[in-house]
Structure formats: structure tokens, C-alpha cells
Design a protein around this ligand. Structure first.
Ligand SMILES: [Zn+2]
Length: 478
């Protein structure tokens, strides 16, 4: 089925920056060129050549609202929104903005946020006061994880606004790949803050995508289980969630075992790959690539959303993996090579300088410049001092702090789980979805029909009136 591009966009306050110089205001309504069916079919082909992976130019949009970096969770809290300012600066000083369209999106509105969240909960967030203290029993999770700092609601509107506009850009086919490093807050629940997350921008973004796409594949490579996204779509086959995370009963959030697989219509559409500590680049690629390839083949998503939490890097303050910048980036490169519309989001990441390195390197991978840019942080970057401990390198080696407990047998078992699950699901499940074009055609047809019927009725009425006036004619027809 062909999905008609979104015509109901709200880009009123949305500014596009092309490179560094020109800024263009996007019109509040715009009419993208509709692709022909042939073009739509071609865009679904999945060539996996080197050119496609790093060379071919795809239309990329980068969403960043600089206000998001100005908030503070508190002096001892590991989550530092400031990391987004350092990341953005590094991306600009590597001149990567010449390869994408930069968008400064508006904050999310209250109505957009309650598309998923409970209104009472959001009002608590706006008032800065919890009615019920967040789950004290969660593994490693306490109310201290989600402090109500000054402007917490505004903070949420900035990162969520970027994700929503990114989804709209994919819906209307303005972009093939969209990036929002401030998004990816995957733990927030419908009526509960959790794990440094208050508003789940991913769920809201996917809901936006579902207005114009049959199937969305959500992949999560944060070290923590993507529980908030999984819970939101646990009962539907329209979103497949696949989370690659560290699992231990005492590791936050303490969920994400293989047996959590979805329910009702969503049975088998939630996949969990609970990895053991210390996983290396080689082991990660060994398990990630065949599984993701298989999911894309069988589920045939219209869009992929990739949460790129940087806490799965080695030496993260809260993490327990041994991934290098190249190993983490390889997941992004691989998903990009599958050639589907793609939304790239941030997530966790608690060693500030490594978060900036990771997402800058991955931006370079997305725009095909990772082989070109220097491995030395540009001297003009005002935050350069942050990178001093590792000799100002973009991709320094990271220490292996944990022994890799993921045996080959264990990884094969996880691959087998995915294969078995794919055998149980319907290939490319589809739902009865009324594309906008069809609605319009139906309306036109309805109006045409009613007009015709009205005209007929009027003619009949006129004939009746005529017959009443001429009783002898009436008699002729009796
Ligand atoms: Zn995390």
C-alpha cells in the first residue's frame, strides 16, 4: 500500500539552517512532490553496496533546539543535558553541517505530549510536584533519579519537539534520515517518570510515524532495556521493538528478558536480547547484524527508529560493556545500509566527552564522512579542553573494564531466539489503514454520488409536481 505524504504539518516556527549561513523558514503547510509507485518501489529496494553504506547521498535532516542543553538535573546527577551542547559544537566544528539540513524545531505542545502521557501526570510535571513519588522499588531506581529540577517540563518539550518534527519530516518524505541527539528517553512511562526520563519522546515520535506508516521497527542499543517503548507498544504488531541491553536482576530497570515478547496482537513483536557484561565489538556485531537483518527481512518495516544510547560504550560511568567508538558506530552504519527511512535518536551516556565523541562520529558515519574527518578534535572547538585526557582524539581506545561473559553459545542462542520468533510472526503484517488519499477520494466520490442523488431526487420531485398539476397524465401511468 502506498502511503500518502503528510499534508498536515505544523512547521510554523521551524527554521532550517543550510550550512552555517542561510536560514530558511519552512512554510506552515507545504506540498511535497508525490512519488510515483515506481519510485516508491525503488526506494524499498535494499542494495547493500559500499557506495550505499558510505557514499550515496541520502537526504538527511538534523534537529537541534539549543535550549535543551541549558537544564541541569542537579550537581551529583549523572545525566548532563550540557553534553548536547558539547556534541552539537563538535559536529559543527567538524563542518558536518554541510552534509545535512539543520532544523531548529519548536518545542512540543501540551496536546502533543498527552498523545501518549496521562494528563494528571503531565500536570504534576508542569507544576513541579509529584503526586506519587516515583517507584522506590525499581532496581537501582529511586525518586532521586528523576528530580523535579527547574524547568523540567520545558526541558521535555524541547527534546520531544525535535523528535516530533523529525517524524513529520520522514512522514512527508522531506528526509530519508533524521537525527535528534537530544531524544531517545526510553524509560518514561505513560504516567510515571523513570530512569532520568520524564516524557517518552520515542513513543510520541512513533505515534506520529504510525499516522502514515504501517510498520515501525524500533531498535535500541542503549545499555539499559528500552522498557518504556516496549510497554507502550506491547499489544500491537504495528511496532516491533528490539532491545539489545545488559540484563542483570540488579541492573536498572531489571526488565528485558527473552520471555518478554508482547501480548495479544503484539505477541512475538517485542524482542529482547539480554546481553551479559563486558561484550566486545566483535561479539556485539556477531549478534546484532544477523538479528537486525532478519527482523528487517521478515517484518519489512516502513521506518526504522534507532535509539543510540552511548552508555553501551566502554568506560561509561553507568555502563558495563566494552564497545569502542567503532563498534558502537558499526551498528549505525549497518542499520543505515539497510536503506530504509531512518530516525536516529540519542539516549543514555554518562561520560560527557565520550557521548560527544560517539554521536559526532556517528553523525559523520550517517553523512559518509567518518573516513574523511581528522581523528584530532578541531582546535577551534570551544569545548576542546573536555577531550584533553585522551590527547584530544575523536576515537581514542577505551579500556576493557569487564571480562566478556558472552560466550559464542550464548550469542548463538540469542540469534536462534530471533529466528524462531520470525518464524512465528506474519510476514509484513498489515492493518486496515485508511491512507489520506483514499479518504479524499472516498469523500469526492461520496459528494459526487450525493449530488447525483440530489439531482435525481429533485427531478423526481419536479416530475411529481408536474404529475399533480396534470391529473390526466397521472392517470395515463396508473
Ligand atoms: Zn541507558
Amino acid at each position: 500500500m502506498r502511503i500518502v505524504p503528510n499534508l498536515d504539518l505544523n512547521f510554523d516556527f521551524c527554521w532550517i539552517k543550510r550550512g552555517f549561513s542561510a536560514m530558511v523558514k519552512i512554510p506552515s503547510r507545504w506540498h511535497p512532490e508525490k512519488k510515483t509507485d515506481d519510485e516508491a518501489d525503488k526506494s524499498d529496494e535494499k542494495p547493500d553496496t559500499k557506495d550505499d553504506v558510505i557514499g550515496r547521498k541520502r537526504n538527511i535532516m538534523y534537529f537541534h533546539n539549543e535550549n535543551v542543553a541549558a537544564f541541569h538535573y542537579g550537581p551529583h546527577h549523572p545525566m548532563k543535558p550540557f553534553r548536547l551542547a558539547v556534541t552539537h559544537s563538535l559536529i559543527l566544528h567538524y563542518n558536518l553541517q554541510h552534509y545535512f539540513t539543520m532544523v531548529e524545531p519548536p518545542p512540543a505542545t501540551y496536546e502533543e505530549i498527552i498523545a501518549f502521557h496521562d494528563t494528571d501526570y503531565i500536570e504534576e510535571l508542569m507544576a513541579g510536584k509529584w503526586r506519587v513519588v516515583p517507584d522506590e522499588d525499581a532496581v537501582d531506581g529511586t525518586a532521586d533519579d528523576v528530580p523535579l529540577f527547574d524547568g523540567v517540563y520545558d526541558y521535555c518539550t524541547y527534546y520531544t519537539g525535535s523528535t516530533i518534527q523529525a517524524a513529520k519530516a520522514l512522514n512527508c518524505k522531506w528526509a530519508d534520515i533524521v537525527i535528534n541527539w537530544s531524544g531517545g528517553l526510553h524509560h518514561a512511562k505513560k504516567a510515571q517518570a523513570s530512569g532520568f526520563c520524564y516524557v517518552n519522546d520515542i513513543v510520541i515520535g512513533i505515534l506520529e510515524l504510525l499516522k502514515h506508516n504501517q510498520r515501525v521497527l524500533y531498535i535500541d542499543i542503549d545499555i539499559h532495556h528500552g522498557d518504556g517503548v516496549q510497554d507502550a507498544f506491547y499489544f500491537t504488531s504495528r511496532v516491533m521493538t528490539a532491545s539489545f541491553h545488559h540484563y542483570h536482576e540488579k541492573f536498572f530497570p531489571g526488565t528485558g528478558i527473552v520471555k518478554e515478547k508482547g501480548r495479544s496482537d503484539g505477541k512475538h513483536y517485542s524482542l529482547n536480547f539480554p546481553l551479559r557484561e563486558g561484550i566486545t565489538d566483535e561479539s556485539y556485531a556477531y549478534v546484532f547484524k544477523p538479528i537486525v537483518r532478519s527482523l528487517v527481512k521478515f517484518y519489512d518495516p516502513n521506518v526504522i527508529v534507532l535509539q543510540c544510547g552511548a552508555d553501551s560504550l566502554g568506560s561509561d560511568k553507568l555502563g558495563k560493556f566494552n564497545l569502542s567508538f567503532n563498534g558502537h558506530g558499526e551498528c549505525i552504519r549497518f542499520v543505515k545500509s539497510l536503506n530504509r527511512p531512518l530516525m536516529i535518536l540519542g539516549g543514555g551516556g554518562y561520560r560527557l566527552r565520550n557521548v560527544a565523541r560517539c554521536w559526532t562520529n556517528e553523525t559523520a558515519i550517517i553523512v559518509g564522512q567518518d573516513d574523511v574527518i581528522s581523528d584530532i578534535i578541531p582546535e577551534i572547538d570551544p569545548y576542546r579542553k573536555c577531550f584533553a585526557p585522551e590527547h584530544y582524539k575523536l576515537r581514542p581506545e577505551l579500556p576493557h573494564r569487564f571480562r566478556d561473559a558472552n560466550t559464542r553459545e550464548f550469542l548463538d542462542y540469542l540469534i536462534g531466539v530471533a529466528e524462531e520468533r520470525m518464524r512465528k510472526i506474519e510476514h509484513a503484517p498489515s492493518v486496515q489503514m485508511q491512507p489520506l488519499g483514499l479518504i479524499e477520494e472516498t469523500l469526492i466520490e461520496f459528494m459526487r454520488r450525493t449530488t447525483k442523488e440530489r439531482r435525481l431526487a429533485e427531478e423526481l420531485k419536479a416530475q411529481e409536481a408536474l404529475l399533480l398539476k396534470k391529473p390526466d397524465i397521472v392517470n395515463e401511468y396508473k
